[in-house]
Design a protein around this ligand. Structure first.
Ligand code: HEC
Ligand code: HEC
Length: 194
């Protein structure tokens, strides 16, 4: 299982780093376009309501990939699908550049004592999501994200409501307790401290 996951990590890193996802991006145009996002995602990409994921400081390549997935309908969410269907690929790259450049210092405390087994799963997660869960390319940042949002996404991967080639498989090995603890732990890391 462990070697399989290592191979999976290596393959995913390779496939993500070999594609050049952005040509020219225009942050100012992205900021203008982001006016339509603010009602849900907050003025600077942060809404305290955990229903809405924090976009500030998220990885540009990941933001762009999710907007394309909503647009194509491979990631399902009625609100986001209707938002994304009107975005051009230029808009998508500009929005991704804008949001990824914003700060996210949202502070979550970690008052959970993780079981050893869960801690070893957490170190596997860091292989892709980064040692401070800061994200990398198409691997999203989990640090400073809403706990409840992370928890809901892990449940959605596990139930099959959200599909992703690495996460669908990985989430199957997580118990409900793992999901709860890993969500608290990952969100409590601070990607901007480093
Ligand atoms: C009507 C509310 C609403 C508006 C407006 C909206 N979003 Fe969203 N967005 C959501 C919700 C809800 C989710 C979480 C979907 C889920 O739970 O899977 C989301 C998820 C996302 C995600 C995925 C984040 C992640 O961590 O996976 C991105 C990227 C995103 N939105 C970008 C945008 C952009 C860019 C705009 C403006 C063009 C926008 N959204 C406008 C409600 C909205
Ligand atoms: C092999 C690499 C890999 C490993 C290992 C991995 N992930 Fe992921 N994870 C990804 C990728 C890629 C995505 C984006 C999926 C997509 O495009 O929809 C993701 C998405 C997520 C998301 C959704 C974030 C968001 O903003 O919507 C969460 C939560 C998550 N992973 C948690 C974890 C946890 C917890 C672990 C460890 C148990 C883990 N991941 C292990 C690659 C990985």
């Amino acid at each position: 299982m462990k070697t399989m996951i290592k191979i999976l990590i290596a393959l995913t890193v390779l496939s993500i780093s070999s594609t050049n996802l952005y040509a020219a991006t225009d942050v100012v145009a992205g900021e203008k376009k982001a006016g339509t996002c603010a009602g849900c995602h907050g003025a600077k990409g942060i809404n305290k309501n955990a229903q809405f994921p924090i976009l500030a400081g998220q990885k540009a390549a990941y933001i762009a990939s999710q907007l394309r997935a909503f647009k194509k309908g491979t990631r399902i969410n009625p609100m986001m699908q209707s938002m994304a269907k009107n975005l051009s690929s230029e808009d998508i790259n500009n929005l991704a550049a804008y949001f990824s450049g914003l700060k996210n210092n949202t502070n979550h405390t970690n008052d959970i004592k993780m079981a050893d087994d869960t801690a070893s799963k957490a170190s596997m997660c860091k292989g892709c999501h980064g040692s401070n869960a800061e994200g990398r390319g198409g691997f999203p940042r989990l640090a400073n994200q809403h706990v409840k949002y992370l928890e809901n996404q892990l449940k959605a991967f596990k139930s099959g409501d959200r599909k992703s080639s690495p996460m669908s498989g990985i989430s199957k090995s997580l118990s409900d307790e793992d999901i709860k603890q890993l969500s608290v732990y990952m969100s409590s890391l601070n990607a901007e401290k480093k």
